[in-house]
Design a protein around this ligand. Structure first.
Ligand SMILES: C[C@H](CCC(=O)NCCS(=O)(=O)O)[C@H]1CC[C@H]2[C@@H]3CC[C@@H]4C[C@H](O)CC[C@]4(C)[C@H]3C[C@H](O)[C@]12C
Length: 323
């Protein structure tokens, strides 16, 4: 399971939790403007926007989980099992494979509205990357500072939803996730008034009573509600330190602790949490065992280059000894 979200302070931030029971040996990768991007059925992009994000690099190709381009357009793929349905090639359309989707959008576009237009002519096709990396069932969030959309290729075709929450988790389909928020209209950051009964005297004996009933479990529908409440009520100062701290706290509200979610004989954990400053092109991350924030700045490499820059994740705790 995973959660992706947005946050705006002075700058705009985009990031996600990757929740899984194993790791694919992730690395942060910068794809510069002249790295030739091959595509299986449409024309290659030899020159394109540069982007930065989390990847597995396979045979020299960056398989992106989430990324942000130099214009601030961002995108993340999250698990969507049982619902994702990729299509055979359709003549006359742009046939894009799921693993090409992030590079294809981020390589070319600057805004969600440009991406939305391109999606009308696009089909997500069922071509796997390789035997080692078969098709995975995903859906995506595409965001800029102003807005987000959710993209779901399901049985009926490609669905593009406006995403007013700026948030994505996993199943069920996005329309149901949004509808489910109706059930939580009474959740509040303020203390409640007694509407229970005029015949009873009820006390506000604790802080935080306005959101009693907000889900706290780790299912995808519950994470959607919990993260939406946290993100949409989030407040921070404008400095980079305050904003990224707030961002990691939003993701922390739906993070997975080892032992709580069984998957066979393993447990799902939040392998990494990311937070990209989309205005500055700085990708911050923490991992399950590294609470220190690590940063990779796309503007510190030559963005006119042709080679990937890859940074294996720093995974052990970085402890500052104070005495
Ligand atoms: C498994 C992850 C989602 C985590 C999650 O949600 N786990 C809970 C399952 S559940 O929701 O509880 O059932 C997803 C998120 C991004 C994915 C990669 C995207 C690039 C590439 C695309 C290729 O086509 C296939 C290989 C590839 C490396 C992908 C592998 C894998 O699929 C990744 C890591």
């Amino acid at each position: 399971m995973c959660t992706a979200t947005n946050y705006v302070a002075k700058d705009h931030y985009f990031g996600r939790n990757l929740d899984l029971e194993f790791s694919y040996r992730e690395s942060v990768t910068i794809t510069p403007r002249n790295f030739p991007l091959p595509f299986r059925t449409v024309s290659d992009l030899t020159t394109h926007h540069a982007f930065i994000g989390m990847t597995t690099v396979a045979d020299g190709y960056p398989l992106y989980y989430d990324a942000t381009n130099e214009k601030g357009l961002s995108m993340a793929g999250l698990n969507f099992p049982g619902n994702a349905d990729y299509k055979p090639e359709t003549p006359g359309k742009n046939n894009i494979t799921p693993f090409e989707f992030i590079p294809w959008i981020l390589g070319q576009f600057e805004t969600v509205s440009q991406a939305r237009e391109a999606l009308q002519e696009m089909v997500l096709v069922d071509i796997p990357f390789s035997a080692e990396f078969p098709l995975s069932p995903l859906h995506w969030i595409i965001s800029d500072r102003e807005e987000s959309v959710t993209v779901e290729s399901v049985k009926d075709g490609l669905r593009v939803y406006d995403n007013p929450v700026g948030l994505l988790t996993n199943n069920p389909t996005f329309d149901i996730q949004l509808f489910n928020l109706n059930n939580y209209a009474s959740m509040s950051t303020a203390q409640p008034e007694n509407h229970f009964s005029k015949k009873l005297q009820l006390d506000t004996y604790s802080r935080g009573l306005g959101a009693v009933g907000l889900p706290g479990d780790l299912s995808s529908m519950s994470r959607f509600v919990k993260a939406a409440f946290t993100a949409m009520n989030s407040i921070s100062g404008e400095s980079e330190s305050e904003a990224i701290s707030q961002f990691f706290h939003i993701l922390g509200s739906v993070a997975q602790q080892r032992g709580c979610v069984e998957v066979g004989d393993k447990y799902e954990i939040t392998i990494y949490s990311s937070c990209c400053n989309t205005d500055k092109g700085i990708y911050y991350y923490t991992t399950y065992e590294n609470s220190q924030v690590t940063a990779v700045d796309m503007h510190k490499v030559d963005l006119d280059g042709a080679d990937l820059s890859t940074y294996p994740l720093v995974t052990g705790q970085q402890i500052l000894a104070q005495n």
